[in-house]
Design a protein around this ligand. Sequence first.
Ligand SMILES: Cc1cc2nc3c(=O)[nH]c(=O)nc-3n(C[C@H](O)[C@H](O)[C@H](O)COP(=O)(O)OP(=O)(O)OC[C@H]3O[C@@H](n4cnc5c(N)ncnc54)[C@H](O)[C@@H]3O)c2cc1C
Length: 389
Amino acid sequence: MDFGLSKEISELKEDARQFADTYIRPFAAEWDEKAYFSRELFQKIGQKGYLGLPFAKEYGGKAMGTLAYMTVAEEIAKASLGVALSYVATVSIGTAPIAMYGTEEQKTKFLRPLAEGRELAAFGLTEKNAGSDAAGVETTAELSGEYFIVNGTKQWITNASYASVVTIAAITGYKEDGGKVISSLIVPMDLPGITVKRPYDKMGVRSSDTGEIHFDHVKVPKENLLGDQNAGMKQLLQVLNGGRISIAAISVGLAQEAYDKAIQHAKAREQFGGPISQFESVQFKLADMAVETEAARLLVQKASFLKDRGDVFIKEAAYAKVFASETATRNANRALQILGGTGYMREAGVERLLRDAKILEIGEGTSEIQRLVIARQLLKEGADKNGRN
Ligand SMILES: Cc1cc2nc3c(=O)[nH]c(=O)nc-3n(C[C@H](O)[C@H](O)[C@H](O)COP(=O)(O)OP(=O)(O)OC[C@H]3O[C@@H](n4cnc5c(N)ncnc54)[C@H](O)[C@@H]3O)c2cc1C
């Protein structure tokens, strides 16, 4: 067992840290204030090869594995969670479904430009009546000759305005018992009948693009059906299992950033004749922040390791997501408390962490849904296992 990162991943981490400190951190506050998504930045991220880290070389990726990708995601999140959310959305839930279930033709056509970093992708599951209950999807894709005719509206879709493709869940038919047949389709965003709006004024992750995608009789070639027509929902849930590790990774980045800001301030700020770090209540907060951040990082690394080894990682991804996201919120809150009034002011950059963190407990399965997933897995396991691995 080795807890160290390989030389290759350590170098990648340092490279990503420098990249984030140069091209993201100096602009993060302004992009947050203006709710500005920087496509130029994503061009640079693409040129660095970061959009292709987990994908096969034959399709333009770097084939460096999940841990390498999560390490970069954490570094980007330290500088801006908004940028990081768009980053992991395009890689883990936008591009990954095509890599996981695409045919040779689909991978050549759609995966390559994404893995090479030239284009961005989105994932369209959520609708007005389909949140935690993904089966509530109402968007339809009716087969007519050579095309699926898509009608419906997807809401709160990350990267909606900038994606070249979106993988959607849509009803393609009904079973004998009346149940929906939900399938996944790869939809190029330049097809006639697609409109994107940005009607949302978000609390946090404001530099991430979030839009509503409306499909009005959109003709999607039938060869864009992704994977098994009858297993669309199962496929998308499997995609979300992988996505959860990336949400956990960016949570670790935010938790670490909160800790870094808190300890720096605790050492520098003097009250009652010395630094506030002399007070046990401040020290205990710092200790809890450090312990939980490290534990969250280890959960991300374990889930990444299992994923790369080809093992089942459903429970471990949910462990990582629920613990890391809640740690991020707790750490942002603790950091703000340690900074006191200074933290309450925008200039300190800590109130942004608190506003940004909350989405981590909501997106790609709320904390409640993670606990449901974990409990289901635990109850399925044999008595000999009892939650152990
Ligand atoms: C900024 C942002 C970006 C997003 N990006 C995307 C994207 O790119 N693609 C996409 O498809 N979606 C996206 N989403 C949607 C996101 O995945 C959903 O918000 C999330 O799945 C939760 O659904 P909901 O918000 O409708 O909450 P609801 O399902 O309405 O849940 C509300 C509350 O009820 C609880 N609850 C619901 N069901 C249960 C249950 N069975 N047991 C216990 N508690 C329960 C929830 O935990 C939550 O606390 C995004 C959302 C946001 C805010």
